[in-house]
Design a protein around this ligand. Structure first.
Ligand SMILES: Nc1nc2c(ncn2[C@@H]2O[C@H](COP(=O)(O)OP(=O)(O)OP(=O)(O)O)[C@@H](O)[C@H]2O)c(=O)[nH]1
Ligand SMILES: [Mg+2]
Length: 184
């Protein structure tokens, strides 16, 4: 599949919301009541995947696949990642340890990030409700420590333009790397 983008991140980071906001087509989601819920805002969690699309013009589409956040469904992460050409990692700025979350997802998806030729972005979500005004700086510092050149965006997943800006940056990353173009 061309232009297959994985959107991953922890429970409640905003994956389903991001795909719903950005998609040009009706989103397929697999949300179920979150019985062992630890967050206050939503009572639903993704159990298999979300799917949406973004029109790129001339009939081309970006296919957006959201992973479940809960680790008990983590077998889906690898299944969904097969053949992916780019990845967006969403990190909730209000989580107990956002930098720890970043390390975790970079590690879990390290193979995919290298297979995609570094066509990866980080979206920091919930920045509207965090008191940490230095989070962007902290993330960029951590990425340079681990020698990863990955753009970081502040994204409110409820805002279509925020999500689309982040996703379009994946396209520009792939276009700047001829050997790993998204359309391959
Ligand atoms: N304030 C605020 N709320 C957000 C933001 N992004 C997402 N949300 C809210 O966070 C809640 C959880 O979002 P979901 O999209 O369900 O999270 P998810 O990553 O799909 O979660 P799982 O499927 O359980 O892994 C929803 O109520 C969203 O409206 C944000 O940037 N700011
Ligand atoms: Mg979800």
């Amino acid at each position: 599949m061309k232009n297959k983008i994985i959107i991953t991140g922890a429970v409640g980071s905003g994956k389903t919301t991001a795909i719903t906001s950005a998609s040009d087509t009706l989103v397929v989601d697999t949300e179920a009541a979150d019985t062992d819920r630890m967050r206050g805002e939503s009572s639903k969690t993704t159990v298999a995947m979300d799917y949406g699309t973004l029109n790129l013009g001339a009939g081309a589409k970006m296919h957006l696949f959201g992973t479940p956040g809960q680790e008990r469904f983590s077998y889906m992460w690898e299944i969904l990642s097969t053949g992916a050409t780019g990845i967006a990692i969403l990190i909730d700025a209000t989580s107990v340890n956002p930098l720890g979350d970043l390390d975790f997802y970079l590690e879990v998806f390290s193979d995919l990030i290298s297979k995609c030729g570094g066509v990866a972005v980080i979206g920091i979500t919930h920045t509207d409700v965090t008191r940490n005004s230095r989070i962007l700086e902290q993330f960029n510092k951590r990425l340079s420590e681990v020698r990863l050149s990955v753009p970081v965006f502040e994204v409110d997943c409820r805002r279509r333009e925020d999500v689309r800006t982040m996703l379009y940056s994946l396209l520009s990353l792939s276009e700047s790397d001829d050997t790993h173009a998204l359309s391959h």
